[in-house]
Design a binder for this molecule. Structure first.
Ligand SMILES: [Mg+2]
Length: 274
């Protein structure tokens, strides 16, 4: 665990908003290379003189900056990038469907394995995620799950991991009418319905957008920079992004839960004499 900004007010949290993929679930781990390589393929087919390496840099930059938003926004940006290079783009929704088709090839076995019991949920989750959810609920926080993945998929995958019931505030995901959902909107709803001050909101995420959204209302943001491939340690690229977005704390996963809770709820550890 790494504390980036020590001055954020802590301990008064009443609600927490958590991202799903990369924050709780690893079912979609490895989605980034699938999207990067597909988008590079699309851009390489335009009349551009850029090398694949250059296109890869362009793609990675905009995909990462939009991570946490709904997938359609990355596809909308792809449309713009195709136009910029003199190509004729498909509709953003077509790019999204093709990306999801390629991703599904990679993750179908994981979802089916969880559903038929041949894969244990713990093997498809960020280490310590269930314990984190339990500890937050035990402290009386209302938990919200908000994901840029399509809502029916988030609901299905949360159920497959057995974590749905922790989210007593609800599970929110991307909608076909994409203007009707954003993490910012969910945060505004949470604040309004609980009459919260910003400092009463806690956020967890591995994407730029959700960290920025939580910080924009004065909440405390925990950035999850896990190395999803090796399943241990920090992904330095993600870490830099999350620090740039304003994260207060960076964790690789929740194996450091005790330390993290002591930091987030400082008065508790004082009262326990620690
Ligand atoms: Mg995520």
């Amino acid at each position: 665990m790494e504390v980036i900004k020590d001055r954020t007010i802590r301990g008064k949290f009443k609600a927490a908003i958590l991202d799903f993929d990369g924050t709780i679930s690893l079912i979609r781990a490895g989605w980034q290379p699938v999207m990067y390589s597909y988008f590079v393929e699309v851009l390489a087919a335009t009349p551009t003189s850029e090398s694949e390496e250059e296109l890869y840099r362009v793609v990675r930059e905009f995909v990462d900056l939009l991570t946490g938003k709904q997938t359609i926004y990355q596809c909308l940006q792809l449309v713009e990038e195709v136009k910029k290079r003199g190509g004729t783009p498909l509709a953003a929704l077509d790019y999204k469907h093709e990306y999801l088709r390629r991703l599904w090839e990679r993750i179908a076995d994981r979802v089916h394995g969880l559903e038929d019991g041949s894969i244990a949920p713990v093997d498809m989750m960020v280490p310590g995620a269930v314990e984190l959810l339990r500890e937050l609920r035990d402290r009386g926080l209302t938990l919200y799950l908000a994901s840029g993945t399509d809502e029916p998929d988030v609901i299905r995958e949360a159920a497959a991991l057995g974590v749905s019931e922790f989210f007593n505030g609800g599970i929110y995901g991307a909608l076909d009418r994409y203007e009707d959902f954003s993490k910012e909107k969910v945060i505004q709803e949470i604040i309004k319905s609980h009459n919260l001050q910003g400092e009463e909101l806690l956020g967890f995420g591995d994407g730029f957008v959700e960290i920025e959204n939580v910080k924009a209302v004065g909440g405390c943001a925990v950035g999850v920079a896990s190395d999803e491939i090796h399943r241990a340690g920090i992904d330095e690229w993600k870490r830099q992004r999350l620090v740039g977005a304003g994260a207060d704390v960076i964790v690789p996963d929740y194996r450091c839960l005790e330390e993290l809770l002591a930091y987030l709820f400082p008065e508790e550890s004082l009262s326990q004499g620690g």
